[in-house]
Design a protein around this ligand. Structure first.
Ligand code: SAM
Length: 694
């Protein structure tokens, strides 16, 4: 019987970082026994658990072989359903607003942070305002016992070094304790909802009534107008702090050290002294060391002392294949894509990819690998970095538990324009598709957003007086953070949305009410920024105002799944990760949702070019607008980016992630914002702290 390829991979990976098979074998057996023969738990996060165990053995207890010598193949149950892949996590995007919550949310301190404008500049809102609408449906807090188990982040420094060394693909090590997954559904019960209509509060001078207008682009901002926070030790050389040439970074040293087993291995000595270096230097060190380990360690299995039972050539071949998705695995998704039983994404193999491999992974001329109608090239004129490894997907895909229904039967006559023909925009009869939006078609015949519609969308996002927030009593975002000590809901921004015609409609595919679904049409380029933000997206052509650029594409996760990813990766923040984006525009609007209907999009491993769009505080040239296409459900929608103004060719495209730089409770670390906007919230925060300190 050929050896299990997953076991082969374990040995191969361990060998590459210097652990001999005979050392690995007993520990692996022990862990398999411990983890109920689930090898997936050992594979997670670059074999973190195994590494920790190996190191622990080395550090004193020795090799304790406590399992029998049954073959690994017997030990491993391949029939087990695949667990969720453990991945690094990024922020769930939170629009933080001050405000009180309904009394039912318990003994929580009132939220005091502002997002769009600094709290100190805002006048308190009267919660009894006549504009506040409260819908009370008996609140119910979940049983605290359903809380997710915290992950321990305590590891010895040598453990940290070795796991860091193999985390060379940008995957952060996870906790050494793999938690038992709590599969119990969390019952939210019914919720108490308050919806605040346009808010009444004082608008500070500097940011008063922000209207869309041309703003200087980042590159044109003089350095002294950048947020002070960006001028840190990593930034002084004028090059990229987060992604620049790592070898020149003083905060992270790479040495070649001799391992206890005699092999040469890269070691990082991280001497970061500030948040910025932790965010940037640490993750860079990981990437660099990982690449070196890849190159330095013998990867050719023929040179290794492979356990004979594991030397089936076909298995070695299949291991090689999964390194480059195009090279043998036709789907590029690993082995489980063909599983028709499941609509989940397969577990992404945690292979290690060097820059050369990434170069071949990402076609210079087209990072989309032909997935889009247009080609989108990538270029790096700053250093030798390649774009990070990820699967390019042109449309969202459900990861596992998210409830998204795309059924024709669900689209009733109220939700499609079956009787329309040709172009709905020029039809004299009203189109059913836009009936529910109340404001008619959002698009002009040229396929741009109507001026008024865009203006309102921008105001509702940027102008605190026009923002409309809804608050939940039992906020799934807050609950995912800390179920036992629920913080009050910080509010979810309600938005205007677009409803496009779709396949059950009678109109033509070229109907003017179908824009987002036709995909990217503009000439775009992924490029390496010169101002320390890593990769970015720019337009190669001049763009009119209101033009559709692209969707934010990623895996559709439940908020709970999203948070689990965050926690699994919270020990080290991967600075360049795209944020997970909650699809929260309609939470609370249509009654209580089920747990698996609170969704977010995660673009880190599966995504499109939107994962490269950098953040700009407030006056970004893109705005995200919810677009409903295939499902009348409110809880799932597409997030489409449109230009907020005319954008020149070669300008970087940006959007406001809605980050609250004051929120210290998040399970992730915010980056130091280098957006260059005069409304930069991070800069205001930095200035405020300096002011307080002086
Ligand atoms: C969605 S990704 C954007 C693409 C990313 N720059 C990359 O290299 O892949 C978000 C990450 O980009 C970086 N980033 C985005 N906007 C930034 C900004 N204004 N200032 C500094 N870093 C930024 C941060 O590291 C953030 O976590």
């Amino acid at each position: 019987m050929p050896p299990n390829p997953r076991v082969v991979e374990v040995f191969r990976t361990m060998r590459e970082i210097g652990f001999k098979d005979e050392v690995v074998k007993p520990v692996l057996k022990r862990l398999l026994k411990l983890y109920d023969k689930k090898i997936e738990l050992i594979e997670e996060d670059n074999y973190r658990v195994l590494l920790d165990a190996l190191l622990e053995d080395q550090e004193g207890s020795g090799n304790k072989q406590t399992v029998d010598e049954a073959t690994f193949d017997e030990d491993i149950q391949d029939e087990e359903p695949p667990p969720q892949p453990l991945k690094r996590l990024r922020p769930l995007r939170i629009r933080d607003q001050e405000g009180t919550v309904s009394p039912s949310s318990g003994n929580h301190s009132p939220q005091t942070n502002g997002t769009l404008l600094e709290q100190s500049e805002l006048e308190d809102r009267d919660p009894t305002s006549t504009n506040s609408m409260q819908t009370n449906i008996s609140p119910q807090h979940p049983d605290a016992s359903t809380g997710s188990q915290p992950l321990s982040a305590q590891r010895s420094s040598s453990q940290q070094q070795v796991t860091d060394r193999i985390a060379n693909k940008g995957k952060e090590p996870m906790s050494s304790q793999v938690p038992a997954r709590d599969k119990r559904p969390l019952d939210l019960g019914e919720k108490s909802i308050r919806i605040d209509s346009p808010r009444k509060r004082k608008v500070p001078d500097a940011n008063a009534l922000i209207v869309p207008k041309d703003e200087p682009v980042t590159e044109e901002m003089p350095l002294n107008e950048r947020p002070l926070a960006v001028i840190g030790p990593d930034y002084i050389d004028g090059n990229n702090a987060d992604h620049g040439d790592q070898t020149s970074k003083p905060s992270s040293n790479l040495e070649i050290a001799s391992s206890p087993l005699g092999e040469e291995r890269g070691v990082t000595n991280e001497t970061h002294s500030d948040d910025m270096s932790r965010n940037s230097g640490a993750s860079n060190a990981l990437c660099l060391v990982g690449t070196d380990v890849n190159k330095g360690a013998p990867s050719d299995s023929s040179n290794q002392s492979v356990d004979p039972e594991l030397q089936a050539p076909s298995l070695v071949h299949s291991l090689d294949n999964h390194v480059i998705p195009n090279g043998g695995d036709v789907n590029g998704f690993g082995t489980r894509l063909g599983d028709s039983e499941s609509c989940s994404l397969p577990v992404v193999p945690r292979y290690q990819t060097g820059c050369d491999e990434l170069r071949s992974l990402h076609d210079l001329n087209d990072i989309t690998k032909g997935e889009e109608v247009v080609e989108i090239p990538w270029v790096n004129e700053v250093n030798n970095e390649c774009p990070p490894s990820f699967h390019y997907i042109p449309g969202n895909l459900v990861f596992q538990n998210a409830r998204v229904k795309f059924t024709l039967s669900q689209i009733t006559a109220d939700h499609c324009c079956a009787s329309c023909v040709g172009n709905c925009l020029s039809s004299s009869s009203p189109c059913v598709c836009v009936a529910e939006t109340l404001y008619g078609f959002a698009y002009t015949p040229d396929g741009l957003l109507k001026e008024d519609f865009l203006k309102e969308c921008i105001s509702m996002t940027r102008d605190p007086q026009l923002q409309c927030l809804s608050y939940c009593t039992d906020c799934p975002l807050e609950r995912s953070r800390n179920e036992e000590m629920l913080e009050p809901c910080k509010g979810h921004l309600n938005r205007k949305f677009i409803k496009e015609c779709w396949r059950k409609c009678g109109c033509h595919k070229q109907c003017g009410n179908r824009v987002v679904q036709r995909g990217i049409r503009r000439k775009l380029q992924v490029f390496f920024t010169t101002d320390g933000k890593g990769w970015g997206l720019k337009t190669l052509e001049k763009l009119p105002k209101g033009a559709f650029i692209c969707e934010y594409i990623g895996e559709i996760l439940t908020i709970k799944e999203g948070h689990e990813r965050t926690m699994q990766n919270s020990t080290i923040t991967k600075a360049e990760n795209p944020p997970s984006v909650p699809l929260d525009a309609y939470w609370n609007l249509k009654g209580a949702l089920k747990d698996d209907e609170y969704l977010c999009l995660d673009a880190s491993d599966y995504g499109n070019v939107a994962r490269f769009i950098n953040h700009r505080c407030l006056d970004a040239n893109l705005i995200e607008i919810p677009v409903k296409i295939e499902t009348p459900d409110h809880h799932y929608y597409h997030l489409a980016f449109f230009t907020t103004r005319e954008v020149d060719a070669l300008e970087e495209l940006t959007w406001d992630y809605g980050i609250d730089f004051d929120d210290n409770d998040q399970p992730f670390k915010n980056f130091q914002c280098k957006c260059g906007s005069k409304f930069c919230r991070n800069m205001q925060r930095t200035n405020r702290s300096r002011h307080l300190a002086s």
